[in-house]
Design a protein around this ligand. Structure first.
Ligand code: NOJ
Length: 539
């Protein structure tokens, strides 16, 4: 794999289009709204300073799974706008130096996609074999014991009365799985990629690629893995509904299409939990450029857990791949909430978010930020009557908080599709506050773009005892030392003697330490939850 690529060490910002900004005034976010807010992300002096945006699906969709049920891959859902709006967004983003990635959903379509409507119309239709069908078992039940990834859905099969067979759906019954063994499906899905690559998109976040490979004979999962909805073990070949080796052939196909355009990139949401198995999805530099790290975002707030993740990520680099760091996305509870902890004055959602910002931006790899993370948005309790997601993920998908002095926090002039809290962090107040999380992210992203040590892959961790995770980032004879205290009380960073010169200069601290100050590394005490970046003098 060549070492070039704009996406290495880049920062990619995930926009959930329904919740970012509503320009049309219908309560749903849209593409014009995103265009209006691009200045928050890039191209202006007070922009966050990200390199790319990834949009969760914008295609025509009945929104059963909020866009991950695609009814037409080559049309924009009217809630979001039109194809012309998508072209305008790509143009405006590029003008600001921002790349644009779309979500690509290869495993399934909506049941309202024309392909599925044809397929379910008759067993003889030429689209029948574009989906995965199975005969009822002898007792009339589903063909095998496979389960949907969504607990609430249960079985991964739904019976089609009209044609007397079951169809497979790895998610909701309204999301039938495509049959990737059929070359016509592969060709059609390659055309979908080309449709968008021709319009100028810079790549794709590939949804659930591990689901493309499944047992051709539709054999049962081993009984002891029936209740596991994701593969967790190295021997997860017993999960016959996913991660079948044939998937790698399909991914090589996606990569060939991608590589026929310059500087495009593929990032896969490979929901295979074992890091060694996940590494296979980079192939020999001929499959995915990057793979999301399920281990990283599942970590408890512990120094040791993140140190271990970084080892896995070093193994990714050594085997020719490139790691990613994300702590939040549209499927997870927001990490400001996950890592919140009780203090004498109430729940603290901020100090660990500040330290997490350093972790996300200072490790070697590509950083993914989820909209609102830069201001520390937390999960919002969504009352049952307003919740609509089939997997209960609404609390992490509420509208972006731009400005609490405007209606709906500046998201929309209408009543927003999901609730907005009455108060909380917002872009407007954090923009003006040098001590805010937003200001910290801006500084970190600036440092990440400009400091050679953060642009290289040089990394070594230091044994600094429990609660403190410290590592060096190096480039030639330049070095940065990053130290993070995971404890809620001060801790000594026990830097091993002989590793470093005695003194270092503060580049950035998430605590009260001013930049430029000199610290003695033989006696470095970190404040509670402090993350510190130090410049180390060449020896
Ligand atoms: C993973 C996506 O991130 C999630 O939001 C979606 O529900 C499933 N794949 C199905 O597409």
């Amino acid at each position: 794999m060549s070492s070039s690529g704009w996406w290495r060490n880049a920062t990619i910002y995930q926009i959930y289009p329904l919740s970012f900004a509503d320009a049309s005034g219908d309560g749903f976010g849209d593409l014009r709204g995103i265009i209006d807010r691009l200045g928050h992300l890039a191209g202006e002096t007070d922009s966050l300073g990200v390199d790319a945006i990834w949009l969760s699906p914008i295609y025509r969709s009945p929104m059963v799974d909020f866009g991950y049920d695609v009814a037409d891959h080559c049309a924009v859902d009217p809630r979001f706008g039109s194809l012309q709006d998508a072209d305008a967004l790509i143009r405006e983003a590029h003008w600001r130096g921002l790349r644009v990635l779309l979500d690509y959903v290869p495993n399934h379509t909506s049941d309202q996609h024309e392909w599925f409507e044809r397929a379910r119309g008759s067993r003889a239709d030429r689209y029948r074999d574009w989906y995965v069908w199975g005969d009822p078992s002898p007792d009339g039940g589903p063909p095998n014991n496979w389960l949907s990834a969504f607990e609430r859905v249960g079985r991964a099969w739904t019976f089609d009365e009209a044609t007397g067979q079951y169809y497979l759906h790895s998610y909701t019954a309204q999301q039938p799985d495509l049959n990737w063994r059929n070359p016509a499906v592969r060709a059609a899905m390659h055309d979908v990629m080309r449709f968008w690559l021709d319009r100028g998109v810079d790549g794709f976040r590939v949804d659930a690629p591990h689901r493309l490979g499944k047992d051709e004979l539709l054999r049962d999962n081993a009984p002891d893995v029936v209740d596991l909805r994701v593969a967790t073990q190295l021997d997860d070949r017993r999960h016959r509904n996913l991660d079948d080796p044939v998937v790698h052939e399909y991914l090589r196909g996606l990569r060939l299409v991608t590589d026929s355009y310059p500087e495009r990139v593929l990032i896969g949401e490979v929901g295979v939990h074992h890091p060694v198995r996940r590494r296979d999805y980079y192939g020999a530099g001929d499959e995915l450029h990057m793979v999301f790290d399920f281990g990283f975002w599942s970590n408890p707030w512990r120094a040791e857990a993140f140190r271990r993740s970084a080892w896995d990520q070093q193994a990714v680099i050594e085997s020719g791949g490139w790691p990613t760091h994300a702590l939040s996305n549209h499927d997870l509870p927001r990490h400001a909430s996950r890592y919140a902890h009780r203090t004498a004055t109430g729940m603290d959602t901020t100090s660990r978010s500040r330290a997490a910002a350093v972790l996300l931006t200072a490790l070697p790899g590509t950083t993914f930020l989820y909209y609102g993370e830069e201001i520390g948005m937390t999960n919002l309790d969504v009352p049952d009557e307003r919740a609509s997601d089939p997997d209960g993920r609404d609390p992490a998908r509420t509208p972006m908080q731009w400005d609490f002095s405007s209606p709906a926090a500046g998201f929309s002039n209408a009543s927003p599709w999901l609730p907005v809290p009455n108060a909380g962090p917002d872009v407007r107040s954090q923009s003006a506050d040098p001590g805010s999380l937003l200001s910290l992210y801006r500084e970190l992203l600036h440092l990440r773009r400009t400091h050679p040590c953060l642009q290289s892959s040089g990394y070594a961790d230091l044994d600094t005892g429990p609660d403190v995770y410290a590592f060096r980032r190096t480039d030639g004879d330049r070095a940065l030392l990053v130290a993070i205290n995971f404890a809620d009380t001060p801790r000594l960073a026990a830097i091993p003697p002989g590793w470093l010169p005695p003194n270092a200069t503060v580049n950035l601290s998430t605590g009260a330490r001013p930049p430029g100050g000199v610290v003695d590394l033989r006696d470095l005490v970190l404040e509670a939850d402090e993350a510190l970046i130090l410049d180390i003098a060449a020896r």
